[in-house]
Design a protein around this ligand. Structure first.
Ligand SMILES: [Zn+2]
Length: 206
């Protein structure tokens, strides 16, 4: 294969490239290819420099993907302007042992709880008729009193480094995306002073 494009290198590093293309790319850069290695080093530097996805003069896919990559770093230390946190799964009702009668309630939502730096994010995913689309509802439970830090928070649904839709939570930190196509998403939540990422969230009918 010829040298991959910069965005393909990006998605490759973020593990979000099409698997077949990723395999070809892996062969290409293990050759090795100096140009590509230079680009990889540059992308790595860039992702460390970017402290905001509002950075001007860069294509949108680049800033978004750079930020997404940056946030994949396994660190809970605040870095730069916003304290960035990767949420970890704390509860998943689909992973619980089946209780008597649970199998009958097929329409029960898939419930998940994520934790990050003192925040709890409760999520519920359920099918939205006529099927193959889902509603995602959630609530951010924060650090402060009276929902001051979680009300009117920006909540963005992202996929492969692209923001699909951004909404705001209500005054109680609740939010709702309706009619979401089944797939894997990243959820970016910005309570006051923080940015919380829920990575690789599978949105599908239970
Ligand atoms: Zn190359």
């Amino acid at each position: 294969m010829e040298c991959p494009r910069l965005d393909q290198l990006y998605y490759y590093q973020a593990n979000k490239l099409d698997p077949e293309l990723a395999a070809e790319l892996r062969v290409h850069i293990s050759a090795p290819c100096d140009d590509c290695h230079e680009n990889i080093a540059w992308l790595a530097r860039l992702s460390n420099l970017l402290s905001t996805d509002d950075a001007p003069h860069l294509p949108e896919w680049l800033t978004r993907t750079a930020v997404a990559m940056y946030d994949r770093l396994p660190s809970e230390e605040p870095s730069g302007g916003l304290g960035r946190l990767i949420a970890r799964l704390a509860f998943d009702n689909a992973a619980q042992p089946q209780m008597a009668g649970a199998r009958e309630s097929r329409s029960a939502p898939h419930q998940l709880v994520f934790k990050a730096g003192g925040y709890d994010i409760d999520l519920a995913i359920e099918g939205s008729p006529p099927g193959s689309r889902c509603d995602l509802t959630g609530q951010i439970l924060g650090l402060g009193q009276e929902f001051l830090d979680v009300g009117e928070a920006r909540v963005a649904l992202c996929q492969r480094g692209q923001m699909i839709l951004e909404i705001r939570s209500n005054g109680f930190g609740e939010f709702r995306f309706t009619g979401v196509a089944e797939g894997e998403y990243d959820l970016r939540i910005r309570p006051r002073g923080h940015e919380v990422w829920i990575m690789d969230l599978r949105i599908a009918e239970a």
